[in-house]
Design a protein around this ligand. Structure first.
Ligand code: GLY
Length: 359
């Protein structure tokens, strides 16, 4: 195996491979034809990514025998809704895709989630592949088969589980990411460190992970390997997979309260800082960790606080999927590299958030 070419197998049924290497978009047709015989491929992308990567993706697919149509939607979380989803479904139908054809999600988290959901719904399910171009999609959202759109009541409230047929992560796309987008993905990778891997966390603490830096492909591979293990054991989030929602209860609330102007990773970073402070204040943490989580986020250009009040955030969080009747499951860090699930009465959420903001 070449040093800069890494593959991770995700052992779901069916299983698939995540390939991480520079220059993969130029080879995507050749690599995909090993898992999907050449067919019609609908490339779903956004207006930021299309000018950068659509042509080379299309050319590679066409050279490998795929016939390609493409649908670019306006970039941004504001597009991740039923209206854009319906346009994508109509586009698939107008282009007469059949069950032997496929969807390719070329872009970041919004594109992957929405194209994946369109693939899950169209003709009751067709194959799709993930071609992540953002760090957030590379380390988290392109793997694991969660697909969704937002509803006005909250984030990702309409969705389905559908594993992709393959994930091709072209690391060259990450070298030119604007700093805000790089930081957004770093938050999800730092989350993986807090959950499972102190060494990964330390790499971010020490400022080793930067656009184009030497450890970046290994960091992505480590995040994907951690996530793959969880998804293999609990694909449909009945238990262990809930851990991957660290920072997301408050994070989703911040996204919602801000009208989705705070990017997902930034919101999750703030959510992690809040729950870490709460864990320390309420005696749930087994070591002092809030200070180093906040410092790590800040040194990776991420915010650690919000102007929204605990009341506003608690109210927004109550429409979250992590609520179940009168209880909500929070992901609580005990040590760097180890977190637990804590079920709480919904009525206690506000005081936990307050402890995390004032503690
Ligand atoms: N992003 C959390 C998950 O895939 O479960």
């Amino acid at each position: 195996m070449q040093n800069d070419f890494q593959t991770i197998s995700v052992g779901t049924i069916p299983n698939y491979t995540v390939t991480i290497a520079p220059g993969l978009l130029e080879q995507c047709g050749q690599l995909l034809q090993r898992v999907i015989p050449p067919c019609k491929a609908a490339v779903i992308t956004d207006t930021n990514v299309a000018p950068l990567y659509l042509e080379r993706t299309k050319a590679s697919l066409e050279n490998a025998g795929f016939s390609v149509c493409s649908f670019p939607f306006p970039a941004g979380e504001q597009s991740k809704n039923l209206n854009t989803l319906s346009q994508i479904l109509e586009f698939l139908a107008q282009n007469q895709l059949t069950r032997t054809d496929c969807v390719a999600a070329l872009g970041g988290g919004v594109t992957g989630d929405m194209a994946g959901l369109a693939a899950a719904l169209y003709l009751r399910g067709i194959r799709y592949v993930q071609l992540p171009t953002s760090l957030l999609a590379a380390v988290d959202s392109s793997v694991g088969g969660k697909t969704a759109v937002d509803l006005s009541a909250g984030k990702n409230l309409a969705g389905a589980f559908l594993q992709p047929a393959a994930v091709l992560c072209d690391t060259s796309c990450l070298s030119t990411l604007p700093p805000l987008f790089f930081a957004d993905g770093a938050a999800e990778a730092i989350k993986t460190g807090v959950l499972f891997d102190k060494e990964l966390f330390t790499a971010f603490q020490e400022g080793l992970v930067r656009p184009g830096s030497e450890p970046l492909p290994r960091v992505i591979a480590r995040c994907v390997a951690c996530k793959a293990g969880v998804v293999e054991r609990d694909e449909k989030e009945q238990g262990e997979r809930k851990l991957l929602n660290l920072g997301h209860t408050v994070g989703h609330a911040i996204e919602k309260c801000s009208g989705f102007t705070v990017p997902h990773g930034h919101a999750v970073g703030i959510g992690m800082a809040v729950i870490a402070r709460a864990a320390e204040t309420l005696g749930w943490a087994k070591e002092p960790l809030a200070g180093c989580i906040s410092a790590c986020l800040a040194s990776n250009d991420l915010p650690t606080g919000t102007a929204f009040s605990p009341e506003e955030l608690a109210e927004a969080a109550l429409s979250d999927k992590k609520r179940s009747g009168d209880t909500i499951t929070l992901v609580v860090p005990e040590r760097i590299g180890h977190c637990v699930l804590k079920k709480l009465p919904v009525a206690e959420l506000r005081s936990v958030i307050r402890a995390g903001m004032e503690g």
